[in-house]
Design a protein around this ligand. Structure first.
Ligand code: OGA
Ligand code: MN
Length: 302
C-alpha cells in the first residue's frame, strides 16, 4: 500500500520493531490490518494510541481480535482517541441513542429478523456525512456473528481517487456536494425524515475531494447521504454522483471484512466508504455489534 504521506512510522519495514511490542499484520491490498495481542480493557499508552491512529491512516480498517469488552469499557477505549460522538437521531421509541449503539438484526423481542428498521447501511456511505463535522472513525465490536456471511465492505476512496482518469479529476476539481439526511432517506427508500430530524440535520456542504489530515492524500467523499452538487442542475449533479460512485466502488477498490466474534474493528471514515452486505440468513441468525463513534472535524478541501 503506497501511503504517499508523511507518517513518521515506517509500516513497510516488515514487522517493526514497533513500540510496546505492537504487531501489525496487513490484511489485503486495498485496506485492512490486524493488530493481535492487545487487551483493549487496559488503558493504552500515549505511544500506542498514536501508533494506532497512524496505522488507521495507513490501513483504514484495523481489526483487534479476541477482545472481551463491556459497553463501558468500549466507551473508555473509544475516548482515548478523541471525543465520543452521540447519535443524532432518536431511536424507534423516540429516545436518544446511548453512547454505545447496538447494530443488530433483532426485533424488539430479541428474535432475528430479515426486516431491517433501516436500509441505509446497505448503501455505500461514510458515517454522518450529513453533519458539518462528520465522524472520524467508527468502532464496531462483534458480540454475535452469524456462521456464514454478514460481512461489511469497505471501498478505499484514496486508491479510487488516484485511479480516476485525468479528465474526471479535472471535472470534479473544486466541486462541493450537498449532503442531507432527508435526501438520504429518499435515496435509500426509507421512511421520510421526521420534522425533528429535518430540524436537527439541515443540509451541509462538503468538498467532493477531501484531504486526509494525517497523510494529505486525496479521496472521493460521497455516499448515500449525498444529495446533489452545489450550484449545478440537480439532475446533472446526481448523474455525476451516480457515475462517480460506480467508478470508485469497483471490486478492485473494495475490501470485504468477514467478522469474527469478539473482534473489534475501527475504520476511518475520512478515507473509506462502507456498507453492510446483509448476505446471511437474517431471520435465523443474530448479528449483534456494539458501536461507538469518534467525532471528526470539517472535511478539508485540497
Ligand atoms: C455502521 C455500519 C455496517 C455493518 O455501523 O456504521 O454501516 O455491516 N455498519 O453493520
Ligand atoms: Mn455506517
Amino acid at each position: 500500500m503506497d501511503l504517499g504521506g508523511e507518517l513518521d512510522i515506517n509500516f513497510d519495514n516488515a514487522s517493526g520493531p514497533f513500540p510496546n511490542n505492537l504487531v501489525v499484520r496487513p490484511i489485503g491490498r486495498v485496506a485492512g490490518a490486524e493488530l493481535p495481542g492487545l487487551d483493549l480493557r487496559s488503558p493504552l499508552t500515549e505511544e500506542t494510541i498514536d501508533f494506532i491512529l497512524k496505522a488507521l491512516a495507513k490501513y483504514h480498517v484495523l481489526s483487534f481480535p479476541d477482545q472481551d469488552l463491556t459497553k463501558d469499557q468500549q466507551v473508555l477505549f473509544t475516548k482515548q482517541f478523541g471525543e465520543l460522538e452521540g447519535h443524532v437521531a432518536l431511536d424507534h421509541n423516540g429516545k436518544p441513542f446511548p453512547a454505545v449503539h447496538i447494530v443488530s438484526n433483532l426485533d424488539p423481542d430479541g428474535q432475528p429478523t430479515a426486516k431491517p428498521r433501516s436500509h441505509g447501511n446497505y448503501f455505500w456511505h461514510s458515517d454522518k456525512s450529513y453533519h458539518a463535522t462528520p465522524s472520524l472513525a467508527t468502532i464496531l465490536y462483534a458480540k454475535e456473528i452469524p456462521p456464514n456471511g454478514g460481512a461489511t465492505q469497505f471501498a478505499n476512496m484514496q486508491m479510487a481517487y488516484d485511479e480516476l482518469y485525468p479528465e474526471m479529476k479535472q471535472m470534479i476539481d473544486g466541486l462541493e456536494v450537498v449532503h442531507h439526511w432527508a435526501q438520504s432517506r429518499r435515496n435509500s427508500c426509507n421512511a421520510p425524515a421526521t420534522p425533528e430530524q429535518e430540524k436537527e440535520s439541515p443540509p451541509v456542504t462538503h468538498p467532493i475531494v477531501r484531504i486526509h489530515p494525517e497523510t494529505n492524500r486525496k479521496s472521493i467523499y460521497l455516499g448515500i447521504h449525498a444529495s446533489h452538487i452545489a450550484g449545478m442542475n440537480w439532475h446533472e449533479g446526481r448523474e455525476i454522483i451516480y457515475r462517480l460512485t460506480d467508478m470508485v466502488t469497483q471490486p478492485r477498490f473494495v475490501y470485504t471484512h468477514e467478522w469474527k466474534t469478539n473482534e473489534l474493528v475501527m475504520w476511518d471514515n475520512r478515507s473509506l466508504m462502507h456498507r453492510a452486505t446483509g448476505d446471511f440468513a437474517q431471520d435465523l441468525h443474530p448479528r449483534v455489534l456494539h458501536r461507538t463513534v469518534l467525532r471528526g472535524a470539517k472535511p478539508l478541501s485540497p
